[in-house]
Design a protein around this ligand. Sequence first.
Ligand SMILES: Cc1ncc(COP(=O)(O)O)c(C=O)c1O
Length: 399
Amino acid sequence: MSFAPLSPDDTPKPESTTGRVGDAIRAEFPIFERRTYLNSCSQGALSHRVRAAYEEYLAGWDENGAEWEYWVERAEAARAGFAALLHGRPDEVAVTTSVSQGVSGIVSALPFERGGRNRIVISDYEFPTVGQIAHAQELRGAEVVHVRPEADGSIPAEKFAAAIDERTALVCCTTISYRTGHRHDIAGIAEAAHANGALVLADSYQAVGAIELDVRTLGADFVTGGTVKYLLASAGLGFLWIRGEVLAGLTPTQTGWFADEDIFEMDISDYSPHSTARRFDAGTPPVPNIYAGVAGLGLIEETGVPAIEAHVAGLNTRLISGLLDLGADVVTPVDPARRGPLVCVRSTDAPALVNSLAEEDFVCSLRDGNLRVAAHFYNTVDDIDALLDALARRRPLLA
Ligand SMILES: Cc1ncc(COP(=O)(O)O)c(C=O)c1O
């Protein structure tokens, strides 16, 4: 039997993955067989692909022992993946194990001389890792200035501007507050900082993978984040993007052999950091987490962040409108331009509410007396409606 050759149009094509959200991606995440997962602000759901990546790491180790060259190549793949996600260049990206490593690296490169440019301005919404590292610099002569929220919970750029002056070395403004879901005007804050010669760090852990971040327009000099949340992988992998123009003037004193200009020279006669952002890398890369991270990044890249952002914004508009119909006190702004993937609503007893929702297999989290609901591309309108229904039945637990 013979078959007619396939015409170009008959050629089987791989199923398009661009823009896949909701039901079209959900089968990749087994947790949805058992739970309504709305906790991506704490950790992204585990995918088959990320699990397979860990298994690939173990199989390679078992088969070949230390696959150093491949591991180093994987670390470079992660660097390139982070750079692509941020619309930056790989030579502007350090591969880290956490935001803490990246932030400690930055401050280790700043002198904080008493009486000189020694101030660190931080929002009250910084994650403990940023706030505590800032205060640790008081031991080195730094002064920390806090920018408090307005009564409505927002922190406008003008409030940062009022706290910034010629003594400011670094301004830390988280892109999205992990406590309230507010999105900050990084470009406006950066304008005030740069006018005073200060550098700007945007901790974007609650944004990256869920909203478009373009370092060419964002305004920040440093952008950091990691793979635990919307990048769908696990703990132990992060990144630090550093604007090329400021990199040359920054020499971290927190370092490690993977930050050296020639790692494999094994030279201990001096400190010669790499000319690129690799100077902010540290010790042996977190290899298993890199396998997982590259797989998670792949999933995000295939759907595309703009499609994810649009999908999640739609879900959150529905969620917020349903919460307002219930007469709830929504802490996160209604305006999609002023929020991201996280929606916070005041509770009369947040632990009781989270536990009670868990009895119906909803996975949410809490912070500061707020219920936190964090959707991602794998969530659906049905998830939101089911949660709203469950909340209506628990109305006394909403403030
Ligand atoms: C805004 C933000 N920054 C930082 C972190 C974590 O920092 P690190 O990677 O140092 O553990 C988190 C969450 O864990 C976060 O939500």
